[in-house]
Design a protein around this ligand. Structure first.
Ligand SMILES: C[S@@+](CC[C@H](N)C(=O)[O-])C[C@H]1O[C@@H](n2cnc3c(N)ncnc32)[C@H](O)[C@@H]1O
Length: 309
């Protein structure tokens, strides 16, 4: 088996590719040094996380403890990251081992509104999102005008907008550990994105048709909330968005089998919005699949552009 150090280095090389919107020379160099490598190895050993997940959650834990969305810019100006690791070693290990990366933006709903408009133009739709985080995709699918109607406030210029958006009627989000606002914001690699989200959260009001519950996605179909949901006069659509990559091979297969059974039984559909390593091993690919078939490709997990396959 490949030594863990090599696996971490390989993950760093694949994640932090120059030109990525979140690439940073500073973070990339810090992730290569001995002290950072040692703490990442300890996190992986304690939690069984993949190197990719361990790196991302470790960076979020630093922003969270430092209570600073710009933590890495400030380290770069002389506030040493190594000293910070020494001073907060136990807390960093604990947070990184127990928390998950939970970045969540409403804009990830834009291509989904388009997919629903194209595939289910006349149906009443209820979305069950597995791995919902704060439930912000749900907020966008239920009330797209809240964000689409304010392009200047949310700096949507340059973003691809849905031309035929179909809003949904009910949303049930399921997350193993729904984040508090501070952890959610710490999960953002780009501080400007976190600040934009803060603005959205400040004006957001969840209504009765939006609910997020704490539960595991595995066995979701047995939850009483899901059973209640399917009794409504709506077409159930299961959504997984940037969550399956957090599962090991066996668990992922188990969850996909459960989703497929559920949609077959309830005459529903499954939308997956995912990131995966490319088959040729050359970086990451982002895509949307409808009932397991790839239909849309995207350049990144911000979902700011998309094209139909
Ligand atoms: C990267 S976030 C993505 C959030 C949201 N779906 C989106 O695309 O913006 C992945 C979420 O999956 C959740 N998650 C991971 N494993 C889970 C499980 N077994 N059951 C439920 N949620 C899970 C995490 O807690 C996290 O909030």
């Amino acid at each position: 088996m490949e030594p863990i150090v090599n696996e971490i280095q390989r993950a760093v090389g694949k994640i932090f590719v120059k030109g990525n919107y979140f690439y940073s020379d500073y973070i990339t160099s810090q992730l290569g040094n001995k002290k950072t490598m040692a703490i990442l190895m300890a996190i992986i050993e304690k939690s069984g996380k993949t190197p990719t997940e361990a790196i991302m959650v470790f960076l979020a834990a630093i922003r969270y403890i430092k209570k600073d969305l710009d933590a890495f810019a400030h380290f770069e100006k002389g506030d040493l990251m190594g000293t910070f690791i020494d001073e907060h070693y136990d807390e960093l290990i604990h947070l990184s081992a127990t928390k998950k990366v939970q970045g969540n933006i409403p804009e990830r709903g834009f291509p989904l509104l388009e997919v629903l408009g194209k595939n289910l133009p006349d149906e009443k739709i209820g979305v069950i999102e597995l791995g919902a985080s704060y439930g912000l995709i749900g907020s966008c699918l239920l009330e797209p005008d809240h964000i689409l109607g304010h392009p200047a406030v949310y700096r949507l210029n340059g973003r691809q907008m849905p031309v035929n958006p179909k809003k949904i009627d009910a949303y049930l989000g399921i997350d193993i550990d729904p984040p508090d606002k501070e952890w959610l914001l710490s999960c953002f690699s780009v501080p400007e994105d976190a600040r934009m989200l803060q603005k959205y959260l400040d004006t957001l009001e969840f209504k009765d048709n939006h609910r997020v519950i704490k539960a595991s996605a595995l066995d979701f179909s047995k939850l009483k909330e899901v059973k209640g949901f399917t009794q409504k006069d709506i077409k159930p659509v299961v959504l997984t968005s940037f969550m399956l990559y957090q599962f090991g091979v066996q668990q992922k297969k188990q969850l996909i089998d459960e989703i497929m059974d559920f949609v077959a039984q309830h005459n529903g559909h499954w939308i997956s919005q995912e990131v995966a390593f490319k088959d040729n091993g050359d970086g990451l690919e982002y895509y949307i699949a409808w009932d397991g078939k790839k239909i849309i490709e995207m350049p990144n997990d911000k979902c700011d552009q998309w094209s139909w396959c």
